[in-house]
Design a protein around this ligand. Structure first.
Ligand code: NAD
Ligand code: TYD
Length: 350
């Protein structure tokens, strides 16, 4: 049986990846390693936590010694690495946390895998889940491809770019089987309400101002999170070692247009007068170094591994709103911080 370590599985995207692998591959043993930071929430996996092929380990990837011990004890065949500090605004406030988790944490995992696999990478794989933000910002034209030069601007994207470089370096230097994917902005259920879409849903629901940075002219390419999890699945199983794939939704929205659409959906779902939620839109000071536009060309993934996004944005956004309105308790718990006590499991050193 294949034993797969998924890091960051208690987070937004990680929980969708863990669920997909548990359900689609009952023959795999899936170990979810997560430090349960403010963004990690085991309630995200409540529906699958009792499956026999699932296990959770509470551990911090910045603890090199512990990570090495876990690799020695566990016999992993593959790593899908998602654990990260993921919010650009937090990276502007505290860059060091991003260097420590995203760069050092990734290198700790690479070292542990290298040490444990001892240079024999047959049937082994280290998959790094990364972001399109490493490519920097686009103007009005063009799209990021896999050959676009790295040009990160925020401390978050700089830390992800650095970790991508380390993963490539371990492939090139030690021959480790590595793959990387760079994905655009995700949306969907279990998204922490500090990111634009869930924050706006939460604020609209509570009649609080919806902050739009600058003039709302910045463009993001939004992808349904379950389509990202499916892309990770096909890349994990189908990519050659050393390959990189871009993943995107072909779904560009100016922030202000997206928020206006979301306000319309919320009016409908909450039985409000048309236009009521839009009154909450509040333009605020722009984010420092705010990248103007991201857009992903995922032709390579489509041509080589036959992946295309499955869901229209309007449908996905309505489903997302429905999920948040139906999961008030989840939203209350994550905004109050109570969720960290939901699961007491600690990894015990062996
Ligand atoms: P998230 O913030 O929701 O989840 C991150 C998870 O990592 C949390 O469960 C957290 O507890 C865990 N974690 C953080 N620091 C840790 C540490 N030191 N040790 C162990 N676990 C730790 O993030 P997300 O949005 O789900 O993003 C997951 C990955 O996908 C990240 O690597 C991110 O860079 C990448 N990504 C995200 C997006 C997006 O739109 N959210 C797009 C492209 C790529
Ligand atoms: P975010 O969800 O933080 O993702 P990222 O910065 O990784 O793209 O932000 C998405 C876009 O929305 C980005 O252009 C910043 C903007 N934004 C706002 O206008 N208001 C907000 O409150 C937030 C969190 C983001």
């Amino acid at each position: 049986m294949k034993k797969i370590l998924i890091t960051g599985g208690a987070g937004f995207i990680g929980s969708h990846v863990v669920r997909r692998f548990l359900i689609n591959y009952p023959q795999y043993e899936v170990v979810n390693l997560d430090a349960l930071t403010y963004a990690g929430n085991l309630a995200n996996l409540k529906d699958v936590e009792n499956l026999p092929n699932y296990r959770f380990l509470k551990a911090d990837i910045t603890d090199a010694k512990l990570i090495s011990q876990i690799f020695q004890a566990e016999n992993f065949d593959a790593v899908i690495h998602l654990a990260a500090e993921s919010h650009v605004d937090r990276s502007i406030a505290d860059p060091n946390a991003f260097v420590i988790t995203n760069v050092l944490g990734t290198v700790n995992l690479l070292n542990a895998a290298r040490e444990y696999w001892k240079g024999s990478y047959h049937e082994k794989r280290f998959y790094h889940v990364s972001t399109d933000e490493v490519y920097g910002a686009l103007g009005d034209e063009g799209m990021f491809t896999e050959t676009t030069a790295y040009d990160p601007h925020s401390p978050y994207s700089a830390s992800k770019a650095s970790s991508d470089h380390f993963v490539r370096a371990y492939h090139d230097t030690y021959g480790m089987d590595c793959v990387i994917s760079n994905c655009s902005n995700n949306y969907g259920s279990h998204h922490f309400p500090e990111k634009l879409i869930p924050l706006a849903i939460n604020n609209i629901k509570n009649n609080k101002p919806v902050p739009v940075y600058g003039k709302g002219e910045n463009v993001r390419d939004w992808l349904w999170v379950e389509d990202h999890a499916r892309a990770i699945d096909v890349i994990f199983h189908g990519a050659k070692s050393g390959e990189t794939y871009n993943i995107g939704g072909h779904n560009e929205w100016k922030n202000i247009d997206l928020i206006r659409l979301l306000c319309e959906v919320m009016d409908e779902k909450l039985n409000r007068e048309k236009g009521e939620s839009a009154k909450l839109i509040t333009f605020v000071t722009d984010r420092a170094g705010h990248d103007l536009r991201y857009a992903i060309d995922s032709t390579k993934l489509q041509n080589e591994l036959n992946w295309v996004p499955s869901l229209q944005f309007e449908e996905g956004l309505a489903k997302t709103v429905d999920w948040y309105l139906a999961n008030e308790e989840w939203l209350m718990n994550v905004t109050s911080g109570n969720y960290q006590s939901y699961y007491e499991t600690q990894y015990r050193e062996r």
